[in-house]
Design a protein around this ligand. Sequence first.
Ligand SMILES: Nc1ncnc2c1ncn2[C@@H]1O[C@H](COP(=O)(O)OP(=O)(O)OP(=O)(O)O)[C@@H](O)[C@H]1O
Ligand SMILES: [Mg+2]
Length: 1002
Amino acid sequence: MTVCSACGHELPEEAKFCPECGAPVATTAAQREQRKTVTVLFCDVVGQTELGESTDPEALRALLARYFERMKEIVERHGGTVEKFIGDAVMAVFGVPFVHEDDALRACRAAVEMRDALPELGIRGRIGLNTGEVVTGTEERLATGDPVNVAARLEQAAEPGEVLIGGETVRLVRDAVELGEERRLELKGKSEPVAAYRLLAAVGELLRRSDVPIVGRERERRVLDDAWERVRSEHACHLFTILGAAGVGKSRLTAEFLTPLEDVAVVRGRCLSYGEGITYWPVVEVVLQLGRRPSDTRAAEVIASLLGETDEPATADEIAWAFRKLLEESAPVVCVFDDLHWAEPTFLDLVDHVADWSRDAPILLVCIARPELLDRRSTWAGGKLNATTVLLEPLTADETDELIERLLGDAALAEPLRARIREAAEGNPLFVEQMLAMVAETQSGDVVVPPTIQALLAARLDQLDLAERGVLERGAIEGKIFHRGGVEALGPEEPDVPTKLMALVRKELVRPDRTQLAGDDAFRFRHVLIRDAAYDGLPKAARAELHMRFAEWLEEHGSDLIELDEILGYHLEQAHGYRGELGLAGEETDELGRRAAERLEAAGERALARSDVGAAVVLLERARGLLPPELRPLALELSAIRALHESGDLDGAIAVASSMIDSARAVGDRGAEYRGRVLRAIVVFNAQSVTVDELQAVAKEAIEVFTELGDDGGLADAWALIARVELHRNQWRAMAHAADRVLEHAERSGDPTALREARVFALPPRVYGPFPVEEALAFLSISGALDAYVLSMSGQLEAMRGNFDVARRFIREGREYASEHGHRLVGAGISMQEEEVELAAGDPEAAAAAGLKGIADLTELGERGWLSTVAAHAAEALYRLDRDDEAWELTETAEQTGAPSDVITNVLTRQVRAKILSRRGEHVEAERVAREAVAWGAPTDSYVSKADSYRDLAVVLSAAGKRDEALRALDDARALYDAKGHTVGVANVDGLRSELVASLEA
Ligand SMILES: Nc1ncnc2c1ncn2[C@@H]1O[C@H](COP(=O)(O)OP(=O)(O)OP(=O)(O)O)[C@@H](O)[C@H]1O
Ligand SMILES: [Mg+2]
């Protein structure tokens, strides 16, 4: 039911005026403000002054009147609207009141006709046209926006008798027009030169390619074949209708069906999207292709009249009858009518007539239409026994992939881009085709909606009545999936949303979906691009308003939603953003920003707590962006630094920390200042090789400040910094102690992120420190968390006791975990554990590969703290592969990237160098370096690392012939491995010992 927008009276169907108050019924979307893409045309007279001088004023007036008349007629015939006459200039808009998918081409055709008509009028003129997004439906003008100005400037830049068109227009019409060379124009008010082209002719059609083999559609082709089979065997007429959305492949399917039909007469007619007197255009096309006339004299007269050969009139009934006669006499025949959604009712009657009345003649009528046909004639093909209708569905995901493959040919396309195209096209081959072309053209690596598709969808939406369109737009505010309740809340003036929604379902624009809110109904846009087109048509002021109201509605009704904060934050953020774009600063806008930031922060905190770092970074950065620096809450800044740090964006984290420190200092907030300093120190640890003493000093100072302030959150962070310092020094018991302090304060402050960190810090001491393998594994397994750290460290421990398969599985799972959760830094760091596992397992090849990959990944992330260790392990692996030179080079890399005070780097690089020197026969130097390694490890409680350096000392000594000393070093190594429960190390030492003893005996 529709009601009058003026008086609310219920309206009979298809009423043009309200029977109650007489107000015109608003059936179109044309009356209100909208954003749409249109083509604007300017035509102006050149040399008006000379014309005025040489022509009598009365004659001049008549001439100009003729000129305006003629221009208007041409514009309107092509479906454009004349905006106004400015002096002698004509401004026309194509796309008002309704958008057509071929507006740009219509404008080009009109422009060429206008250009050619001017000389006949005795006028010299020039024309410019341009396509772009404008606002329409405003009080004073048909269209407002930059594209209008550019069109006017193009007209001014054109030579007399010339048509200049803009680049955007060219993209839409390229195949259908003939262009002159490109010209770059400096236009007033434009910083960049604007590309323009001379339009020479516009004779072609908007073509679609058919050069790649068809994908799928076997079933539909079979149904078509069967229908044809039946037509022939039963000697009867059959009406076959193919329905489907624009671009889904109706015409293509038909073409494929027709190709093998060789000895059959095939005729085609196409309904045109515009023009006058086109009702019978498709019939005329078919008659001409048949190349014959009906044998009946009267029928032949009617056809002659149809073709304009005689002036004798013929009625619609007569034409239908005569055409049927002609078809029957031409049978067997396949007659295809394409684009029936543009057909005039009289033409539809004609097709109906043929299907109903033809007898004893094998005729297959193939009618192709978009579902809009059913808007025009809901009973199409209904009630006929000799009719089949198929609805062509989108291609499946696999078929889409295959189509992408075929269209690409040899060209490459990165998987993420491919996935986005697959997703956005949703099985529509035309969209796939156009988006691929767009990607190839712009090379931006971004999927944007091609202008051709935009035009197609906008044209579809422009045909909806105002109420349906409104419902669709309000749905688009929520997103691809939306709820009836939301639509109702956003448009309380719309009395019957459910009916409108059902109409939209019938029109194939949306479909019912599973609801996310109890007691509500959900719908999904058939296509995300339809959603976007509906949304894009809304003026920004309306978007701002609707997003805000939607957030209010959702606050009340969305408590079921798991991600309510994200969603609310999004809508408030959108409202805030659009208000900003419209220059609406002020308290209301600021308040929106604050509310949005609060929601996004809450969502970001949650993401960080479940260590979904990728999401956390995005959410927290968005929250920050909504607030001026001085209004950003401390917690938000701290979380942002943490999230950035974990995601591997070290520079970003440092930048946030530094700005936060500055703000805190400015207002004399010591607590905040030290929170910032501690966090920055933690990040700097990974980013630069600093001396740990400096960091320890920061931590100590901070602990004093925080203790004074009773700030447990700060204390947890400060102890976390100390834990890192101890880690760097390989003081594992001390690190375990610091980790306990972190846990204590984290528990008190209740900060989930600090709690998680506390657990993480408890791990390395168990792996590297003086805790036996069994005990360490038990500790890890009860630590609760199963994150990338726990997994990879468990792997390392398992390798120590010889469970290599288990160890490798853990490493793999750790990597998967890290990549799934966006922990790029941790993921890259796992190379360290992988190297150790592979070295223990005796596979230096795999260890080297893991190491080199780790070096590349960490370098890319700008990480320096782990890089040196990874490089040093890789050096060991290369040494074992007898690639001594490369190994030596990597020890240098390690040395340069590691902090001078970094214990493990110093130990590892010396171990490798000592062995290389020993191989070269430089025994004295080798022993000196090996002993240095032992000395570096001495103050630490790194059982494994110390054991390793004793073992390597033994290797070097034994090569130098110092067997007793070698045996003693092996004893030292064995004792440490044994204490750790490192059975692989023990076995290794025992093997070396027997070799040594055997060589002694020999
Ligand atoms: N199954 C398919 N395999 C490969 N390409 C296809 C397939 N279906 C369609 N195409 C291609 O996609 C484009 C759009 O198809 P087509 O022109 O047949 O759509 P349509 O449904 O007739 O659209 P419209 O309603 O706009 O006329 C064409 O370039 C066509 O060659
Ligand atoms: Mg088609």
